[in-house]
Ligand binder design. Sequence first.
Ligand SMILES: *Cc1c(COP(=O)(O)O)cnc(C)c1O
Length: 432
Amino acid sequence: MLVTKCVSTNLKGHLTIEGADAIELAERFGTPLYVYSESKIRQKIREFILSVNKYYNGNGMVVYASKAFSCKEMYRICMQENIGIDVVSGGELYTALSVGFPAEKIVFHGNNKTRQELVQAVENGVGRIIVDNLTELKLLDSIAKELGKVAGIMLRIKPGVDAHTHDFIKTGQIDSKFGFALETGEAMKAVKTAIAMDNVNLRGLHCHIGSQIFDVDPFELAAKVMLEFYRDIKLETGKEFDELNLGGGFGIKYLKSDSHQPYGEYMKNVAAVVNTFSHELGIKTPFILIEPGRSIVGVAGVTLYTVGNVKDIPDVRTYVSVDGGMTDNPRYALYKSDYEIVCADRAEEDRSETVTVAGKCCESGDLIQENTKIQPVKAGDTLAVLSTGAYNYSMASNYNRIPRPAVVMVKDGEARVVVKRETYEQITANDL
Ligand SMILES: *Cc1c(COP(=O)(O)O)cnc(C)c1O
């Protein structure tokens, strides 16, 4: 059994992705290759929409955090599914606008947006700019004034959720580069400053406590903390917000040992907190935004590589080198991330060998996985790394002047290129 239902095997014993034979895909499009199951992406989006409808009575919106996987086709899919998107840079914003994504449904994040990016957002009418700090707040107000506009904003708050209990929470604590701290009074001061400004419209507040979180508790706790702050704001200023953005961070299954609740369970529990607490605290039940990234695209993606040399170092380890590496998947080098790897040619055979899968970059740390179990492999075989849909293509680089792989989407067995493979001409295009 493979870790994700997104892949299967056919009569030839080859790995398939939404019905497409991985070996045929590798031959037709070359490797390394990112392959996505389009239906899986849409299914995940719809699961989130359904649970927002069910548990928040439709009083909410799914906003795909597009840094997980950003390209024109992904923005088109979000548009067709009628959800919002998060962007975190002028480049992501530009890409989304280039396919006609409605600006009102764009949420713009970032802890250090440039003046140029803020102008781009205001000029294009981005619905919610998530303001990170006072410098940005003042700059944005003045930019909006110059442009004769009122910018829709939310403030990013660090809810200070107890990171000692939940070590995996990485962005909600006071020592984070993102957002305004609650404990120090900084957040309240920022709220009052924003309320007093003429060219920003404070629609509500935002928090995002981290990523790849399996537990429901920290999400519930963050929601409670935010609602208590809404009550404090109401008491101190009389202002009530219509919206609350609770961020993303829902964990996905990279290995069989990873387990998470169905995403509906998170929604159910957090919605119960939102509904009862807003009632108890005497505040309006806010419209909820959620920002799943990884959980929408992660398991939908597979990376295919061709095996080059297999280097057996007796009593040490066996290196299986592939034609990509940290340039298309830097996550093992960055965080020692786990992945399941299979030989796509013989996907049903026992994974009896323990090997280290290495990339082709001039870095010893350029590994895809260490001491992982795979089928016996030889040069020319195709390796499939599963659940690479999030933070792989979007984190890819041209280190060693290696071109970025193509991205292919498969729908009902039919594959199409959605991002072309980079060429050497493109890599040198800006060189003078
Ligand atoms: C990265 C990010 C997300 C998405 O996180 P996932 O773990 O991919 O769900 C959502 N909101 C913000 C503000 C983020 O920075």
